[in-house]
Structure formats: C-alpha cells, structure tokens
Design a protein around this ligand. Structure first.
Ligand SMILES: Cc1cc2nc3c(=O)[nH]c(=O)nc-3n(C[C@H](O)[C@H](O)[C@H](O)COP(=O)(O)OP(=O)(O)OC[C@H]3O[C@@H](n4cnc5c(N)ncnc54)[C@H](O)[C@@H]3O)c2cc1C
Ligand SMILES: NC(=O)c1ccc[n+]([C@@H]2O[C@H](COP(=O)([O-])OP(=O)(O)OC[C@H]3O[C@@H](n4cnc5c(N)ncnc54)[C@H](O)[C@@H]3O)[C@@H](O)[C@H]2O)c1
Length: 472
C-alpha cells in the first residue's frame, strides 16, 4: 500500500469536486482528487448535459411541426432516435476534455481513479493508496433514488443513467415522477414522437411557484403529454415493451418503456463515514452553514450535502470550501441568492423567495410586481408571448423573482445578480435596455413597481401642476 500526504483530498470529480480541485491546485495547494467512475460526474455524463442536448433535439422537431405559424410550411419531422442519441453523446464528448484527467493533471492535481473510503478521521483509502490529508472534501454527488415499488425490480426500467444508452424510440414512455427530471424528459420525448404519460404522486413541478407551474403544465398538456397528478405509482408489472403501472387508486397505465425519476439519494454508502465521525441526515451528509461535517477537517458539498441539488450550487459550494480550507476564512454558504431553472418549454426560473415564501416572510411590507411577455415587442415578433416575470420586493429591494416563458433561465440571471448584490429596484430603472429584447421585461417589471408611486400620487400631480404654472 502506498502512503501519501496531501493538503486537500477531494472525493468525487463531478461539478463540485472538480471546481474545488482546480481552484485549490491553481492557488498552490497540494491537491489529490479521487474518482471511481467517469470524470465530470453526473452533470456531464448523465444529467444536465445530455438532458439539455436531447431537449434541443425535441425543440427542433417541435419547431418543424409549427413552422407554419411563421409562414413556412410545417413538416412532420423524420426522427431517428438513435441519431438523436449520437448527437447527445457527441455533445458530452465535446465537453469532456474540459473535465478530463489530463486537464486536471495539467493544473497540478494528483488524480487517482479509485473509490475512496475513510479509514480514520483524516485518512482515506483508494485502491492501493492511503491518503492522509489536512482537509478532505466529500463531493460524491447523488444517484437516482429507486423507490421500493412492488414489481419494479422485475421489469426493465430506465433512470437518468441508463436513458442515454437507449437506441430505440419508446413508443409509449411512462414516467414516474413529475419533478424536473421527469418533466424535462417527458416533453423532450413527446416532441421526439413518443406517447408520454407522467404519473406524479402529488403536484407536478411541485417545487416551483404554483402559478408558474400551472402555465407550463397547460402548455405541456397542449402538446399531448398525459400528466396525472395525485397519482402515486404503487405496483409495476409486465415485460420489455409492455409495462403496466398501477396507481394507488387502482388505475392502470400501460406503456412500452418506464422512466423512474422520483428524486435522488446522496452517494454516501461505502464511504465508511462513521469511521471518521461524520454524521448523515435523511438527505445526505450533515453539514453546518460553513459546509463542515461533524468532523471539522472534512467538508461536504454539492448533491452529497443533500440541499439544493444543482451544478451551479455545487460550484458555489466549491468556492466557499476553497476560501475556508485554503485561507482559513469563515466563509458561509448562503441560499437566498441561488437560482434554478427547469428547462421545459416554457422554461421556469426562480431565484430567492417565491411569492408564497415572500408573503410569509415579509407580510404587508411585500410588493409583488409583474410584467407579461405579451407586453414585450420581441416576444410578439417571435410569437412567444406565453409567460410573465414576477418580482417580490421588500424595502425597495428584490427578494425573489420568478419567470415562466421563453428563455426564462437566461433572464433570471439578471435577478440573480440583483439579489446577490442587494441591488435596489431604483437601480434597475436606471438601466436602458436595447429595444426590442426580452431583457426589457426586467426593466418593465421595475417600472411596474414605481408606476403606481409616480402615476397614482396626488403629491406628484400637485408638484407637476405647480411647476407647469411657473415654468417659462
Ligand atoms: C437528468 C438530470 C438533469 C440535470 N440537469 C441539471 C441542470 O440542467 N442544471 C443543474 O444545475 N443541475 C442539473 N442536474 C443536477 C446536477 O447534475 C447535480 O446537481 C450535479 O451534478 C452535482 O454535482 P456534484 O459534484 O455534487 O456530484 P456529481 O456530479 O454526481 O459527482 C460526484 C462524483 O463522485 C464520484 N464518486 C462518488 N462516490 C465516490 C467515492 N466513494 N470515491 C470516488 N468517487 C466517488 C461519482 O462517480 C461522481 O463522478 C441534473 C441532474 C440530473 C440527474
Ligand atoms: N433543470 C435542472 O436544474 C434539473 C433538471 C433535472 C434534475 N435536477 C436536479 O435533480 C433533482 C432530482 O430531480 P427529480 O425530478 O428526480 O426529483 P424531484 O424530487 O424534484 O421530483 C420527484 C417527483 O416524484 C414524485 N414521486 C415520488 N414517488 C412517486 C411515486 N411512487 N409515484 C409517483 N410520483 C412519485 C414526487 O412527488 C416528486 O414530485 C432535482 O431536485 C434537481 O435538484 C435539476
């Protein structure tokens, strides 16, 4: 067994672990990185990247079907599902060098392609190497949660890991779970020509503002998706090509393929965390607001920490941990400025508080201002007028923003910046937006905040009348 000593040991080379390793090594620390499977983790290989690539293919098919809206002959697209998957794997291959072992070794990181497990409070074993580290970061991510539904293990089912290897187009895809994974994959497959039935135990898109979710669900149903809410999958039976899912209420749904998308399980099994005095919770490794575990030498970040499970959150956590582990700064991980986007069409985007959360937190001090896409000339020109921007304002500052509509995910960046920096609504009105852009929506919503104060104020009217009387 080899023994090495290192300043920082990172377990897991996904979005979080790679960011820690790159940052720390480039700032002069001796860094060791363990990865037991693929460099790049879930996001690159099984998550964000392949899902956004297949969504794009579905979007092209959808646009072909609806081109007549713009005076161009619509056409039923000929869909080669296997070729779509080639496109998906091509995109992964294009991004892979960015996360590769070679690139990280170029930064000076020692990369070991082995599973890591704790053997003491400061030592981890990986293959035939024992690594003792001043600080350790658990960045082991998460895996699809497979619920104990009777019969599920006896039928072939897909998860976000196996879906990308499927080469034949599902004739009828049943999706269990109406969260972001389920809904993104459901719409993409519907647009690629599959029948799709989503079975959701509670509310589909339930983590999003319900007003936004309602608009999106109406659009999805309009595209022919069957979305059954309050429908908990209770039994599964059948065989390849003929799967049946029985709901708790006894209804039976039939399809050719089954995708299970009911949430994630943090990858903590096999790490021997108890050996190192590290406790877990129901959702992941237990951390404090500095992302320290119950062993103060060890941090946990990203999906493994069991909070918001997004690539940009893992990246943000990485920055917090680098400040703490390298410079000893008491950096804290905050959540109020973290955005998320669900990439269905129309997109749903959120940063900060939802309207319901803001009403609870800020009470009568809260103003909710909104502006609809159909008041935006660019949206009119492109006939993409479904949706709205809604901003929750307290004390003159945005405390939350919710957007549903075309490229909502792009537009939420603006509010993510504003909230992260405590920017006032007044500052938003100072901005001049180029015409005609969707970005004007953000300026107009700030205008909607000030308009009543300006146009419905008798004091303003009195001042204007007075000035007009004496103005030469
Ligand atoms: C279908 C899907 C779509 C998604 N889309 C988006 C999106 O559009 N935007 C977004 O922000 N997020 C998205 N996510 C979430 C995003 O993928 C995760 O939040 C992100 O990958 C978490 O990064 P991480 O570094 O915590 O973990 P991961 O990326 O999962 O990396 C963890 C790594 O650790 C390795 N590992 C685990 N245990 C060990 C061990 N003991 N020893 C060595 N190595 C180990 C794993 O092999 C893995 O490579 C999506 C997820 C899914 C499933
Ligand atoms: N666009 C993005 O950023 C993006 C996309 C995909 C995934 N993700 C990340 O991955 C995480 C996991 O996504 P997810 O969609 O798997 O999980 P989720 O927890 O968000 O949604 C799972 C859904 O499954 C339902 N469910 C659970 N058991 C069920 C049953 N037996 N029958 C029917 N419905 C059942 C739940 O009520 C829930 O609505 C997300 O929370 C997010 O953090 C992000």
């Amino acid at each position: 067994m080899n023994s090495i000593k290192t300043d920082l040991l990172v377990i897991g080379a996904g979005s979080g672990g790679l960011s820690v390793a790159a940052g720390a090594a480039q700032m002069g620390a001796d860094v060791t990185l363990l990865e037991r499977h693929k460099m790049g983790g879930d996001c690159l290989n099984y998550g964000c990247v392949p899902s956004k690539a297949i969504i794009k293919a579905g979007k092209i098919a959808h646009e072909m079907r609806h081109a007549a809206t713009y005076g161009i002959g619509s056409a039923e697209p000929e869909i080669d599902y296997a070729a779509v998957k080639d496109h998906v794997h091509g995109v992964i291959a294009n991004i892979a060098p960015h996360d590769s072992q070679e690139r990280f070794e170029g930064f000076g990181v020692r990369v070991i392609r082995e599973n890591g497990r704790f053997v003491s409070e400061d030592t981890v074993e990986a293959g035939d190497t024992r690594i003792t580290a001043r600080r350790i970061v658990i960045a082991t991510g998460s895996s699809p949660f497979v619920p104990p539904i009777p019969g599920l293990e006896e039928v072939p089912y897909l998860t976000n890991e196996s879906l990308w290897d499927l080469r034949e187009k599902p004739a009828h895809l049943i999706v269990i779970g109406g969260g972001p994974i389920g809904m993104e994959m459901a719409q993409a497959h519907r647009r690629l020509g599959s029948e799709v039935t989503v079975l959701e135990g509670e509310k589909a898109l339930g983590k999003d503002d319900s007003e936004l979710a309602a608009i999106a669900l109406e659009r999805l149903r309009g595209e022919g998706l069957v979305i059954e809410e309050n429908t908990k999958a209770a039994k599964v039976r059948g065989a390849a090509g003929a799967i049946e899912v029985e709901a708790e209420d006894g209804r039976v749904f039939k399809g050719s393929h089954l995708l299970v998308a009911v949430g994630r399980r943090a990858n903590t099994d096999g790490l021997d965390l108890e050996t190192a005095g590290i406790k877990t919770t129901r959702t992941g490794v237990k951390v404090d607001d500095r992302l320290r575990t119950t062993n103060k030498r060890v941090y946990a970040i990203g999906d493994a920490a069991g909070g918001l499970q997004f690539t940009h959150v893992a990246g943000y956590h990485a920055g917090v941990v680098v400040q703490s582990a390298l410079f000893g700064l008491p950096a804290k991980a905050k959540t109020a400025h973290l955005p998320w986007v669900t990439y269905i069409e129309p997109e749903l985007a959120q940063v900060g508080l939802t309207e319901a959360q803001a009403r609870k937190r800020h009470g009568p001090k809260l103003d909710v201002v909104r502006f609809d896409y159909d008041g935006n000339d660019r949206a009119q020109a492109e006939r993409l007028t479904d949706g709205f921007v809604k901003v929750m304002v307290s004390g003159g500052k945005p405390v939350g923003a919710s957007i549903v509509g075309h490229q909502a995910g792009e537009h939420i960046n603006f509010w993510a910046f504003a909230i992260a920096n405590g920017v006032k609504m007044k500052a938003v009105t100072n901005m001049v937006s180029p015409y005609p852009t969707y970005g004007e929506l953000n300026k107009r919503v700030a205008g909607a905040y000030f308009s009543p104060k300006l146009f419905d104020s008798s004091a303003v009217k009195r001042v204007v009348r007075l000035v007009q009387r004496y103005l030469p």
